[in-house]
Unconditional design. Structure first.
Lengths: 336, 336
DNA sequence: ATGAAAGCGCTAACAG
DNA sequence: CTGTTAGCGCTTTCAT
């Protein structure tokens, strides 16, 4: 094993005390120019790199935070991750990325490890709706911010996306185009995201004195194939449909494909709106009208909130932030 | 600040020595059942979580590794990242993810921080072709594996994708379909990836006694728009082209769009082959024939190699692994 | 303006 | 089978 150069070696070489070395490294008290020079020189010569682990242990602050997401290969999450890393890096933090794989057991394991590694805070997109362990985690003294999930019966810092608005905006836009018979592809099981969207969607109809017929809702997975299936079912049941709102972009692509199979063109025959605004949505033919998930804003808000919590750890009441998504109008929709 | 429960507290509560506590935690020497019980009970009651930072400092092993990639929101990298995290997690490692943003300065900063945080190893997709600092890093005693980049004049462990084969397979397939006039969209500046691919591509022509006309190469960016532009230039210069090989999938989508603008259909009028095999390639219409980048295999090989290096740190000579990509035939190609 | 020394929480060599 | 104790490399109080 290679000898690790430490602060003591520097002190000896520079003929000063270890305290002085530490202080010049951290600029934490005044040191005469002469000593600074000697120390810096010694550090250079020995290729010294401070041991942050030792420092963290002493200081009880690791300058690393944990990010737990269900799946870092999902574009939504990887986008958030990248931006979080960017912001935090600029504040001298590193991020340990953990995949829960939508499994609460793994989530818990990761939480424990992160605690053990003394992270200064964590950002989490929880795997499930269960949040007892998150509360417990914060009680331990480590700030934790929940991202993009409404965990019921819990009072923790949360950064949410306004999915109600997402649904509302989509419906309102479709209505403005004259579409009143619209199909709705929902996820298989309810979930705050889908519930909110649906509420907003129906609200827009209401405001026009119309009624959104829930018979026009079909449930499917998040996948391309689910979109294909869904569209067929939808049109079988109601042939008057002139527009379709989907749960995500991939789903929308599937819908478009399914429609093509039926001999229907988008947007000429039927309009389609996606959700998420992943990069592909602007590449697809037709370019997809979609509700953009505010990835960058989420990363920004959640990072800053966490930083704030780390700086002022007193937790009196939970902070909630809600970020609006944005309707992006492109080529897959047109007036009736 | 909340009092952190430590091994001493457990020892006191369980009426044993700290050594015993440490040993039951780490199962590192035999302890009588009775004492184990007492210790475990004490740990539960005090909600004890070992401080891994302290352990790491002592053991000189942090059980965390660093992953430096240019951009974790790029699907290729996020895919690799996810799989690396998965494998390493199963071996009790965490991964600190760092984005270099293709900037060598940032890369260096990250390397230094990782060193300071005593990571047990790093996996890096270097930002540039410069690798002096990587060599230096390993000399310090921390294993480092270079992923998906051929760094010249350097003798370090490397996991590469066989881009030569990628180009070769694509060309061979196109030729088998009868396409001899094929356009080639290349990246703007040369780079081992593009060079290898081109070589392999030309080789397949040679093997058939043909000659790949480099006048059919057009350079563009990685983007959708670049694909559009490129295709137009390509067909202006050589109207006999019946197939196009692109640098990546997005590029291919652009090409398809550009072709559509020109009134040409894929694959009826012209065949298009992409590269990367990102999920969108199987969703696009037409479903894209592409050379799949072996994301999962890369993660697997690189993780295991790193683990091996950590286990046996003696570095005698660099290990090189080459992983073949895979041609996936779908709908965007057809015989002439 | 500088230094000595205690101690962060843990591991492991040594001693029994 | 168990305990005592010396550090890992650093920060920071206390003293000068």
């Amino acid at each position: 094993m290679i000898k690790i150069v430490n602060i003591r070696d520097i002190a000896k070489k520079a003929q000063v005390s270890v305290a002085t070395v530490s202080h010049v490294i951290n600029k934490t008290r005044h040191v005469s120019d002469e000593l600074i020079d000697r120390v810096v020189k010694a550090m250079m010569e020995l290729d010294y790199q401070p041991n942050l682990l030792a420092g963290s242990l002493r200081r009880k602050k690791s300058s690393t935070i944990g990010l737990i997401i269900p799946d870092s290969s999902n574009m939504l999450f990887s986008g958030v991750e990248k931006n979080i890393e960017d912001i935090l890096f600029s504040q001298n933090y590193n991020v340990i990325v953990c995949n829960s794989a939508y499994d609460i057991g793994r989530e818990l394991e990761h939480l424990n490890t992160l605690r053990s590694k003394m992270v200064d805070g964590v950002i989490i997109v929880p795997a499930t709706m269960d949040g007892k362990h998150l509360e417990k985690f914060r009680n331990i003294g480590i700030p934790i911010i929940i991202l993009d999930r409404m965990i019921p019966d819990i009072n923790e810092d949360t950064v949410l996306v306004d999915n109600y608005k997402g649904g509302y905006d989509a419906a309102k836009y479709l209505l403005s185009l004259g579409h009143t018979d619209v199909g709705y592809i929902d996820r298989i099981s309810d979930h705050s995201h889908s519930l909110e969207r649906k509420k907003g969607f129906a609200k827009a109809f209401e405001e026009q004195g119309l009624f959104f017929d829930t018979n026009n809702i079909v449930r499917g997975g998040f996948t391309f194939n689910a979109g294909i299936e869904a569209v067929k079912k939808l049109l079988e049941e109601n042939s008057r449909i002139t527009a379709i709102f989907t749960f995500n972009d991939i789903n929308a692509f599937g819908a478009i494909r399914g429609l093509a199979d039926l001999g229907l063109k988008v947007p000429e025959d039927i309009s389609v709106i996606g959700y998420d605004g992943t990069p592909l949505s602007e590449i697809y033919i037709p370019r997809l009208t979609t509700v953009r998930y505010p990835i960058i804003e989420m990363a920004d808000v959640v990072s800053k909130l966490l930083l704030k919590r780390i700086a002022e750890p007193v937790f009196k009441k939970a902070i909630k932030k809600i970020i609006p998504p944005e309707l992006i109008i492109r080529e897959s929709t047109r007036s009736k």
